[in-house]
Ligand binder design. Structure first.
Ligand code: MN3
Length: 251
């Protein structure tokens, strides 16, 4: 595992957003503005808290295995696939956003492992120790969520349903779509809302929050009870991070 220098504000979120006065008119670019983060493409971000810091909601052993084994394996496999494809140094987000640029022999590997690397790099920062920040969306983010979903509780229900009903492995997402709307979506496996041609056009967007509903994310503590995991997970959502991402999507 390489040392890396991810600032607290996740650089994967740092993509250019075109000018708009209102979120409803925002046009959100799905690609990073530069390839300045290319050097950390295959570097694994350290957990921004101790593995036990999310207990009792998420247990330390799950965090250690999830970060140290699963995420690390996605990075290893992604690196192998990029090497086999002889791809030039390029930001992994550009690759997963347009997989047509990846040779067919490595495309599925890059889709799964590139998605896995990006999704988990986000995911660690979308969580924080319970009580360390706001308990829910506040300010403009809170207003936007209420305006879109009716209430915070309604948003949580829609999001939890997306995670609960995702058959097999995958993710639930809160995104800003290209036309600037908040939307809850879900993807299978390690697909994510950046993946043009993989995800339906209307579900493309910038992720503000995502929830891993693979069994490896919860099985040790919650076994088959995915809804219990999701209910507990709300206690460790890093709403400060979500608010930062939301603000940067409205520049
Ligand atoms: Mn996972």
């Amino acid at each position: 595992m390489q040392n890396c220098h991810y600032p607290k504000h996740n650089p994967l979120m740092n993509r250019r957003v075109f000018l708009s006065n209102t979120i409803s008119a925002a046009t959100v670019s799905l690609l990073p503005a530069t390839s300045s983060h290319a050097a950390i493409d295959l570097a694994q971000p350290a957990l921004p808290y101790a593995p036990e810091a999310l207990e009792p909601h998420i247990d330390a052993m799950t965090m250690n295995i999830h970060h140290g084994k699963h995420h690390a394996a996605y990075i290893k496999n992604l690196g192998d696939a990029l090497k086999a494809a002889n791809l030039p140094q390029k930001h992994v987000m550009e690759l997963i956003a347009d997989l047509s640029a990846v040779p067919e022999a490595q495309r599925t590997l890059v889709r799964n492992n590139g998605g896995g690397h990006v999704n988990h790099s986000w995911f660690w920062n979308w969580m924080a120790p319970a009580g360390s920040g706001p308990q829910g969306p506040e300010g403009k983010l809170g207003e936007a969520i209420q305006g879109t979903f009716g209430s915070i509780a309604d948003f949580k229900k829609v999001f939890a349903d997306a995670g609960t009903k995702r058959f097999g492995s995958g993710w639930a997402w809160l995104i800003i779509t290209k036309d600037g709307r908040l939307k809850v979506t879900s993807t299978p496996n390690q697909d994510n809302p950046l993946m043009k041609g993989i995800v339906a056009d209307e579900d493309l967007g910038t992720p503000l929050l995502g929830l891993d509903v693979w069994e490896h994310a919860y099985y040790l503590k919650y076994q088959n009870k995915r809804p219990d995991y999701i209910a507990a997970w709300w206690s460790v959502v890093n709403w400060n991070q979500v608010a930062k991402s939301f603000a940067s999507a409205q520049v």
